[in-house]
Write a new protein. Structure first.
Length: 217
């Protein structure tokens, strides 16, 4: 069974996906981590975010895999290296590169073949898993998302700087040549701006339960 969750940066997709995956015993896949891994290696090699040819060659050369729930890049666990401000700045452009997206999507489909999965990202419902059984689009206002990220304490940026970064990320994500952020007809829209994390998790869990009880719906 595939549960596909899309939504903009900072909306809480990762936290919600982890919760519901644990709750139902599904594998939790964060697609953004794959693009962050490509960005990490590009930064290490001095490859610019706008150099699509180099980025594509780099992405094609990488060994990306999930082991014990953590992303491994060329055999090394890099999960704890993927949330720096430098990667936050680079990953929107890297993930907008069409050839890189296709390479990453191939990795994602390979890793999850035959599994029960909760997959979250920007184009899970539209491109990666268009035939997913449960499809959701989580949303929230830019300021609500900025406040959530600011409270996480993982960024050295001010609240205002985070908000501007999120708005810039939204523009890039919604205007990608391929895999752009959009609400598909089949995806259920959920505005989380005024909801607690617990309330969002319960709503998403409820949609999964509805399908399990009556998969014909």
């Amino acid at each position: 069974m595939i549960v596909a969750i899309d939504g903009p940066a900072g909306v809480g997709k990762s936290t919600v996906a982890r919760f519901v995956a644990d709750r139902f015993g599904f594998f939790n896949l964060n697609s953004g981590s794959f693009y962050r891994a490509v960005s990490l290696r590009a930064l290490e090699k001095g490859i610019g975010a706008d150099d699509q040819a180099e980025l594509t060659e780099l992405a094609g050369s990488l060994d990306l895999d999930i082991k014990e729930g953590r992303l491994h890049l060329d055999g090394a666990d890099v999960e704890d290296k993927l949330r720096s401000d430098a990667i936050e700045s680079m990953v929107p452009t890297v993930s907008a590169c069409v050839p890189v997206r296709r390479i990453v999507n191939d990795h994602i489909r390979r890793i999850t073949a035959g599994m029960d999965v909760v997959a979250e990202g920007r184009d899970m419902t539209s491109v990666v898993f268009p035939h997913g059984e449960v499809k959701l689009f989580l949303d929230a206002s830019p300021m609500a998302r900025a406040e959530r990220r600011f409270r996480q304490g993982t960024s050295e940026l001010s609240l205002e700087e985070i908000a501007r970064s999120i708005e810039e990320r939204d523009k890039i994500d919604r205007n990608k040549e391929e895999g752009s952020l959009k609400i598909t007809e089949e995806a259920e829209y959920l505005d989380t701006s005024d909801l607690t994390l617990e309330e969002v998790c319960e709503k998403v869990s409820g949609k999964i339960k509805e399908y399990i009880v009556d998969p014909g719906e």
